[in-house]
Design a protein around this ligand. Structure first.
Ligand code: NDP
Length: 447
């Protein structure tokens, strides 16, 4: 008698207690791939699943730094090297007070399948710290990044592990981290992605996650002979992913009417146009202000401590802030309000109850590991350009990104159909990613 999903999950929970986000991410994948294990006894014989939920390596370290008042502060740094079956570890760094081992293991686990879907040779990893860049001076952020890289540099390399940005790690932090690596290792190589185009970064990398999520939504809509053109869209977050999701909605002729941060959301019934979006980029990326300021500047509505999902009349929804930011009751409300396209720009933003409702109702639901894979895919393109010392044009990278999103959409669709659940992108993404990694692990033996 083989084990049930519940028994498997009990073992995962017992081995890594209190890592609730990790359990949530594993559970979703295991539910999807259980029928695959029934058809592929070789995966069970090689105990592939138990090996996949155990990180290959976890690095935890002290990050001491000195604040502007001369006080010594201590944070905790992490790098989870989850799976290298199909390539070097690849995945972002998150600096946010909510970061802990369970959050990073969830993100690293998701990353393994997402990277497999891109078809590029990248394994999965994730890292970060409970450091909060909010309210810190540039000097404090620089000293923190230098101390963080003071340990991390031993573990990364362009053929080993290539981190990138995530929440709280944008162009400024990548610059400080890269500078410190270069100094310690005495080499200029592509050990981070998301670099500035002046010193090794790829054009379109900043745009890639948000653009990709909207391209993915466009592909889902095409299956119903529709497009983003003329659609009203709700976007959450106002950071990197949200900004470029809005930009691509505009490029494809849709209208985005909301943005948010952890203090509340704005609703602009006239739509966020290019000029307003440029102002948001300046607000968030340079002045590092709060989204509430938008309401005063552009005469929009501001709702403190709320999320944008109560706004009515939107066909499309792009959650682009953080995990579990769209709950079951909010999903129900969206469905009542007529939403039928949800593409996750963030990682695991819809909680399990919300996902279940979207899947049960048969709407076009693109899970994060497929819909937001454009970011890491373009990081892969940055690595390729670094490896051969070249730079591609904006158009070339954008076209490659679009092709990758079309291919990811197709492989999710095909896997879902092959396993008897057409239109279910959650199962499709999990199964397609899992099979690729599992096959590689089988080929490479028990390591
Ligand atoms: P940013 O730091 O640029 O922006 C994050 C945004 O989300 C901010 O508006 C932030 O508001 C908001 N936010 C963060 N935490 C919370 C919270 N607990 N509650 C409410 N709002 C919150 O990060 P990114 O845009 O890069 O990342 C957003 C999401 O996309 C994450 O889930 C990330 O893992 C995922 N992602 C990012 C990729 C990338 O290339 N950057 C690639 C793939 C996925 P505030 O400023 O108030 O904190």
């Amino acid at each position: 008698m083989s084990e049930t999903v519940a028994e498997f999950m009990d073992r995962v929970a017992a081995r890594s207690p209190e890592e609730t986000e990790f359990h949530q991410a594993v559970h979703e994948v295991v539910e999807s791939i259980w029928p695959v294990l029934d058809r592929h006894p070789e995966f069970r014989e090689a105990n592939i699943l138990d090996r996949m939920v155990e990180p290959e390596r976890v690095i935890m370290f002290r990050v001491p730094w000195v604040d502007d008042d001369g006080h010594v502060q201590v944070n905790r740094g992490y790098r989870i090297e989850m799976n290298s079956a199909i390539g070097p570890y690849k995945g972002g760094l998150r600096f946010h007070p909510s970061v802990n081992l369970g959050v990073l293991k969830f993100l690293a686990f998701e990353q393994v399948f997402k990277n497999a879907l891109t078809t590029l040779p990248m394994g999965g990893g994730k890292g970060g710290s409970d450091f909060d860049p909010k309210g810190k001076s540039d000097g404090e952020v620089m000293r923190f990044c230098q101390s963080f890289m003071g340990e991390l540099y031993r573990h990364i390399g362009d053929r080993t592990d290539i981190p990138a940005g995530d929440i709280g790690v944008g162009a400024r932090e990548i610059g400080f981290l890269f500078g410190q690596y270069k100094k310690l290792a005495n080499e200029f190589s592509g050990i981070l992605t998301g670099k500035s185009p002046e010193w090794g970064g790829s054009l379109i990398r900043p745009e890639a996650t948000g653009y990709g999520a909207v391209y993915f939504a466009e592909e889902m809509l095409k299956t119903r002979d529709e497009s983003i053109l003329g659609k009203k869209c709700l976007v959450s977050g106002s950071g990197n992913v949200a900004q470029y999701a809005v930009e691509n909605v505009l490029r494809l002729g849709g209208s985005a009417v909301t943005l948010s941060d952890s203090s509340g959301f704005i609703y602009d019934k006239d739509g966020i146009d290019h000029e307003k979006l440029d102002w948001v980029k300046e607000l968030k990326n340079k002045r590092r202000g709060r989204i509430a300021e938008y309401a005063d500047r552009f005469n929009a509505d501001y709702y403190p401590d709320q999320r944008p999902w109560s706004v009515e009349g939107a066909e499309c929804v792009f959650p682009c802030a953080t995990q579990n930011e769209l709950s079951g009751p909010e999903a129900k409300q969206l469905l009542v309000n007529g939403t039928y396209v949800v593409a996750e720009g963030a990682n695991m933003p819809c909680d399990p109850d919300a996902v279940q409702q979207f899947v049960d109702q048969g709407i076009l639901f693109g899970p994060g590991k497929a819909a937001n894979a454009g970011g890491v895919a373009t990081s892969g393109l940055e690595m390729a350009q670094n490896a051969v010392f070249t730079n591609w044009t904006r158009d070339e990278v954008d076209q490659r990104l679009r092709r990758i999103m079309v291919n990811i959409h197709r492989s999710c669709q095909e896997a879902a159909e092959h396993y008897g659940d057409p239109g279910n992108y959650v199962n499709g993404a999990n199964i397609a990613g899992f099979i690729k990694v599992a096959d590689a692990m089988l080929d490479q033996g028990i390591v």
